[in-house]
Design a protein around this ligand. Structure first.
Ligand code: CO
Length: 211
């Protein structure tokens, strides 16, 4: 255990060496500030590291992660990240990235209580309820699980669009696009679900804010 922990510091020193070897100004440039063009909202799963998946260097992507890449409209953490990303950093793209094999989504298909997290998983169960007609007819468990992962991402992209932060930015004419992706832990490839949004027109009327 001690050895493992010490190794982390050594790994850090090695990482700094590799970054500065051919680019001695690497860290001093970053110290001047950040202007990433992109916000990533992904799962906390250790197999889905935001930067690595899209080949982004430090300074290139603003990141929020939680269990099952959820956009919960009362989550102050998510709202604060989103507000800062949209209004201070003026990012142009938000990617919600789910992943096949997501433990949070799997738990939402099950009825077994697993403790406090049941209350978080509840939001994912709501997605199942909205789409139960489509999901219930899929006979193959694996196939149903995969489709549930995709539908969850689609719902979270729409939930992002419903926020006052995103609708206010669109109303001001800010260039902001929302995207939904699914990452496959088996081969490392992302799939664009082609549900990108750049205005609130596809939302049910009741969610469309007027300013
Ligand atoms: Co996950």
């Amino acid at each position: 255990m001690e050895k493992f922990y010490k190794q982390l510091i050594e790994n850090n020193r090695e990482w700094v060496r590799s970054k500065t070897e051919n680019d001695p100004e690497f860290f001093s440039r970053l110290a001047n500030g950040q202007k990433p063009p992109l916000l990533w909202i992904g799962c906390a799963d250790s197999r889905v590291p935001a930067n690595e998946v899209i080949g982004a260097q430090p300074g290139e992507v603003f990141v929020h992660r939680n269990i099952a890449n959820m956009v919960v409209h009362s989550d102050m953490n998510m709202l604060s990240v989103l507000d800062f990303a949209v209004n201070a950093l003026e990012i142009q793209h938000v990617i919600v990235c789910g992943h096949y094999g997501c433990g949070g989504v799997k738990a939402a298909m099950d009825n077994r209580s697993i403790g406090l997290i049941d209350n978080w998983i509840r939001h994912i169960k709501d997605v199942y309820r909205f789409h139960h007609k489509e999901l219930d007819v899929i006979q193959d468990d694996k196939e149903r699980f995969n489709r549930f992962v995709e539908l969850n991402v689609i719902e979270q992209v729409h939930d992002l669009a419903k926020t006052s932060i995103v609708q206010n930015a669109w109303n001001k004419g800010q260039n902001l696009m929302l995207h939904g992706w699914v990452y496959d832990v088996k081969d490392g490839l992302v799939k664009d679900l082609n549900i990108s949004l750049k205005n609130n027109k596809s939302l049910a009327e009741v969610y469309q804010l007027e300013f």
